[in-house]
Design a protein around this ligand. Structure first.
Ligand SMILES: [Zn+2]
Length: 328
């Protein structure tokens, strides 16, 4: 009995909560147009793959549709297995089947493909490319509430949410850090930022600006010290919540059969390629520029995230139940 209680407590401790209840609505979704948020604490860098079909865009995806149904269903967006969530750097051993497919596509493109092959492999390379996102605790100024489920009842309480910041928005946010030359997440001296989600006719776009105090001439960045209540909010454990990994074999089993065959391909070109790429990966600063191949398919990841996280919240499981790689 003691063991069960211990386990129950451990599980409870891992779940995002505050004051004994369970929290819902913690995954922030960028809405169209402007979003005012305050970044809180440090961010977590993740690399993800969108692996599901996207019927709306008539994309069959990397994995079969049935892999995303039933009790054993896979998340639509998975963490790259070649990314160490704890260290926030590439792992030394490469086990990610999706990155392997990406490498095969790279190699094929260097091997004098004909036009048709070129098109196929360029698409595959984009589809299998790992995307960089930052997970960040935020105060959502437009709706700073999360839902607390307690004793069967629900109530809205002030709470931090987890935002996913893509590299496009990050370019701007990094610019704000540089321009301000101080930590814009500072509880006392920090500022709110406005993230604008737009559409350029082809794809969703993101930009970010500091929120300004326009009563001053000229306008200056508006400092928004956190209230005592805001300071007391517990930060979500980003690694535990966003760092869950799916076993390689489960991913392989879900792949379309023709893609699974690529995993058997020996690539000499890729070996040389990864050698030439190595210095870039060894750069110590993680806030470096995004990898050269941040392809413009963020819509995939975004769609996946939204769906995934909605499912996770609905189930009260999925991501939220995420076993982090670390032992606690
Ligand atoms: Zn990967």
């Amino acid at each position: 009995m003691a063991n069960v209680l211990e386990k129950v407590r451990k599980l409870k401790a891992r779940r995002p909560q505050q004051g004994g209840g369970r929290m819902q609505g913690i995954f922030h979704q960028w809405k169209d147009s402007d979003n005012i948020v305050r970044l809180v604490g440090n961010f977590l860098e993740v690399k993800t793959h969108f692996i599901a079909p996207a019927p709306k865009r008539k994309e069959r995806g990397l994995c079969r549709a049935d892999a995303f149904q039933g009790t054993e269903k896979l998340p639509q967006v998975i963490n790259c297995l070649d990314w160490d969530i704890e260290k926030e750097e590439a792992t030394s051993t490469k086990t990610c089947p999706i990155c392997k497919i990406n490498a095969v596509a790279h190699a094929a493109l260097k091997n004098n493909p004909n036009d048709e092959e070129k098109e196929t492999f360029e698409k595959l390379r984009r589809d299998a490319n790992a995307r960089t996102n930052l997970k960040w605790n935020i105060i959502d100024r437009d709706d700073p509430h999360v839902v607390m489920v307690e004793d069967g009842g629900e109530k809205k309480v002030l709470g931090l949410k987890i935002a996913t910041v893509g590299m496009e928005a990050w370019d701007d946010i990094e610019g704000i850090f540089e321009q301000m030359n101080f930590d814009i997440t500072d509880p006392e001296d920090g500022i709110d930022i406005k993230v604008t989600k737009g559409f350029n006719g082809t794809r969703t776009t993101y930009s970010a600006q500091a929120v300004l105090d326009t009563s001053k001439k000229p306008p200056v960045a508006k400092v928004t010290p956190l209230t005592d209540e805001e300071k007391g909010l517990k930060e979500h454990d980003l690694k535990a919540i966003c760092g869950k990994k799916v076993e390689a074999q489960k991913i392989i089993d879900a792949l379309h059969e023709d893609l699974r065959e690529f995993l058997e391909v020996e690539i000499e070109d890729a070996a040389t390629e990864s050698k030439t790429e190595a210095p870039a990966k060894e750069q110590p600063k993680r806030k470096s520029a995004p990898p050269p191949e941040e392809d413009d398919t963020s819509a995939n990841a975004e769609e996946g995230n939204a769906i995934d996280e909605a499912i996770a919240e609905e189930d009260g499981d999925g991501l939220l139940d995420g076993t982090s790689e670390k032992k606690d």
